[in-house]
Design a protein around this ligand. Structure first.
Ligand code: ADP
Ligand code: ZN
Length: 440
């Protein structure tokens, strides 16, 4: 692993005293609530129905008086119903990649693009990025926020930005090699694929200049971080975001690699109980909810992300004061309920990667046989393991089964499949096939 050479993009903000931060948050929250009440019929109706007026927001705790916003609201109001600005003020449309259901879009004013750019700049700087860097952007360009988001941030820190977009693995590696890219931005699943292809195509790691990567857009694990850092000899950082709020950069890791700092001068984060909607204290796992406080195009009030994580206010060794969110352990809509037990694909990933020699390519197949849920975990063998003796493979299979049982608490059938048989993704990986829904 390379030395961590973090920079702080904007110390005055990122390391701000928390009382001062709270004062700024409250001021901005009040402005945002007034804006949406005046300009967005849905927010005005919902607030009226709850009997809340903008003047009722006098403290940060008053946030909980406000109604939630859901992804379905964005679909119902598609495309422009939630705009708080005149259409002529909108300079950009981005859309969600549609991991779950129909796409949604968000409209950005010039101010919003600026806010978002600053967020990604902070993330890249925290990963050691600056003007001497060559940043290869391998997130898809288009409606998906990954490509353009990373591009804007990389340009902002003055790096040489290489807009590769996703796909074409051979060309990605050739450019990375020939230009001497120092930073890579893509999904962790595609990064693994690139790292494996690098070896297969006969490149030598010593011919590359990569020092760090900002990986996000999908859940991943600490075990996956270890793999990535080893594959590329880099520091691998987590970056999080979502279209509804801005895009990547809403939160990002610092060299402490112990949670992602949330850009709290632009958003207020809450954790709620996904069942009751009640706010939960720091340190408790629950659903992440964001309120934007600087956006003017399509501000979001208490947007329910469906992402499950924990927030911590504990000081961080890097000096940044903004709260950190732990890894997303799943989305409420990703969660599989198998024989009554909640299972997230990321738990299976971390179980698998504890078994040495196993590659992070897997697929969960859930079915219902004789009214009992079944879970089959298909795990791809590496080339080296493929040639092993049957007895060795059985031992690997048993070990995976045991790990799954101990991490998730249920037994699964483990099927070892030949190398390269699980489909690779260039963007967000698909990890689950739930056949139960098809027959219900
Ligand atoms: P969608 O995937 O819903 O179509 P987006 O492209 O806006 O829409 O992706 C946002 C979602 O991606 C987040 O809500 C979260 O579930 C996931 N995501 C983004 N970054 C990360 C990350 N670093 N770790 C885990 N999940 C992430
Ligand atoms: Zn930190």
């Amino acid at each position: 692993m390379k030395k961590n050479d973090s920079r702080i993009y904007d110390p005055a903000v990122e390391c701000m005293d928390r009382d001062e931060l709270h004062r700024i948050q409250l001021e901005r929250l009040k402005e945002t609530v007034k804006l949406v009440y005046d300009k967005v019929p849905m927010y005005r109706e919902r607030m009226d129905a709850k009997g809340v007026k903008p003047e009722d927001i006098q403290t940060l705790e008053d946030l909980s008086k406000l109604p939630f916003t859901n992804k379905s609201d964005l679909r119902d109001q598609f495309p422009f119903g939630l705009l708080a600005a005149d259409k002529s003020e909108i300079v950009r449309i981005q859309g969600s990649s549609g991991t779950t259901g129909k796409p949604i879009v968000s409209g950005y004013t010039e101010n919003d693009v600026e806010v978002w750019t600053e967020m990604v700049a902070r993330a890249l700087a925290a990963a050691g990025g600056g003007k001497d860097d060559i940043v290869q952007v391998t997130y898809g360009y288009g409606l998906f926020t990954g490509g353009l988001g990373a591009h804007q941030g990389a340009t902002r820190i003055g790096a040489m930005t290489v807009p590769m977009s996703s796909g074409n693995t051979q060309r990605q590696l050739m450019m990375m090699h020939d230009l001497g890219a120092t930073m890579l931005c893509c999904t962790p699943s595609y990064a693994i694929f690139l790292g494996e292809s690098l070896k297969e195509l006969g490149y030598d790691l010593s011919e590359f200049q990569l020092k760090s990567g900002c990986f996000g857009a999908e859940p991943w694990t600490e075990e996956m971080r270890d793999k990535l850092e080893e594959l590329f000899d880099i520091n691998a950082y987590n970056i999080y975001g979502l279209t509804e709020i801005a895009g990547p950069g809403v939160s990002y890791e610092c060299p402490a690699k112990d949670g992602m700092h949330i850009c709290e001068d632009h958003v207020i984060a809450e954790i709620i109980d996904p069942e009751t909607g009640e706010p939960l204290p720091y340190g408790t796992r629950g659903e992440l909810v964001f309120t934007t406080i600087t956006k003017t195009g399509m501000p979001m009030i208490r947007y329910r992300t469906h992402d499950i994580c924990v927030l911590t206010e504990e000081p961080c060794s890097c000096g940044r004061t903004h709260v950190r969110m732990g890894r997303i352990t799943g989305r409420t809509d990703d969660m599989l309920i198998i024989r009554g037990v909640n299972v997230f694909p990321s738990q299976i990933e971390s179980a698998l990667l504890r078994v040495s020699g196993v590659a992070p390519h897997y697929m969960l197949i859930v079915d219902r046989v004789n009214s009992t849920d079944t879970l089959e975990v298909q795990v791809e063998l590496t080339d080296e393991m493929f040639s092993d003796k049957v007895a060795d493979l059985e031992r690997v299979r048993d070990e995976i089964k045991e790990q799954i049982k101990s991490v998730v608490g249920i037994s699964a059938t483990v099927k070892l499949v030949p190398p390269k048989s699980i489909q690779r993704s260039e963007g967000k990986a698909k990890r689950t096939i739930d056949k139960r829904g098809l027959t219900e």
